[in-house]
Design a protein around this ligand. Sequence first.
Ligand SMILES: [Zn+2]
Length: 433
Amino acid sequence: MIWDEEFETMPREALRALQLKRLQKLVARVYEKVPYYRGKMDEAGINPEDIQRLDDLKFLPFTTKEDLRKNYPFGLFTVPMEEVVRVHASSGTTGQPTVVGYTKGDVKLWAGLMARSLSAAGAHSKDLIHNAYGYGLFTGGLGAHYGAEELGATVIPISGGQTKRQITIMRDFGSTVLLSTPSYALNLAGAMVDAGVDPADLSLKVGIFGAEPWSENMREELEKKLQLKAIDIYGLSEIIGPGVAIECIEEQKGLHIFEDHFLPEIVDENSFEPKAIGESGELVFTTLTKTAFPVIRYRTKDIAQLIDTPCSCGRTSVRMPKVTGRTDDMLIIRGVNVFPSQIEHVLMNVKGVEPHYQIIVDRHGSMDSMEVQVEVSESIFSDEIKSLENLSRQIQAEIKDLIGSSAKVTLVEPKTIKRSEGKAQRVIDKRNI
Ligand SMILES: [Zn+2]
């Protein structure tokens, strides 16, 4: 079902006119309210009145995570703190956390966008939504929670962790929609097997998976193991949280971006020049309607592309195929760019291999080394050494074939790689330690 028919199916021309109007208002407001933005715009020699067409967006300076850190914690907010009703923050594992804020109106707007997202994924008011995203400073848990309530569904605010209990609740309550990271969903699938619970006996029909890039092969794996339709959802706290874009259940192909609220661009990762529809590059967003913490041309570091082919669901927005990686996840191994998602793609295509893996990068002298540790199924592991050797050679050859760099492949016993309870740690880079 389409939650917000008027805006989700708006003709492109009308949508562009709405975007321009909202953009002009936004630029004028941040110029007036935020000294930091005003300084950057003055430096770039651009005034709010210079934004006459949507294309003029390219003259505005980018906003980066670095800008957010420089203004830690509340320096980029456009309203006094008494109007801010909630803050969220990134985990800060890679430096100072970034903090985002919401007015009452922003929280309502976000709930509406999450209701739209859940609805696009096929959820409705009769559903029992099992929300296994972490609650807390992370936007996933509360973002999805408010959206599910806005939809009128029943939320089970289970959060992450306590995996055994999650399965008991899913079975006893009859959860129909699962929200989690894809890696945690796999963890749940494994725990179901251990508990002797057949996913076919549960009521799950849809899984909405986000907060990590995941591959098409991972989709097949999740759909098979959990007996549901796997839907990709996209969002990041700097933009609003989850609910920026989602796949529709009709096509499961490309995430519809809610363009009436988030203006997307693709720019070249090096020159930052705008790229055309269909070309791949760094995804950039301008928030058009958020009040407390709007961002202009925020560089997400996600690598994606935009497509504008019509969708059978009737939504008129551009879509983005699955994010293929992040510029900061990209590993440079002996001069070759490697994304964990590429390794995942290879592994998921190999029979007998489980979807649990870790990439360990190290340096000996001036030479980088990459080791891929991957779990194999019980039956393969108890097989002869020879077949294990063949399997590891096969994976090695396929990795070399796809990325042009060789990796050591280590097959490990089932259940030896640490299970994710939120975002999975796929890469251990020992080179900087
Ligand atoms: Zn669609």
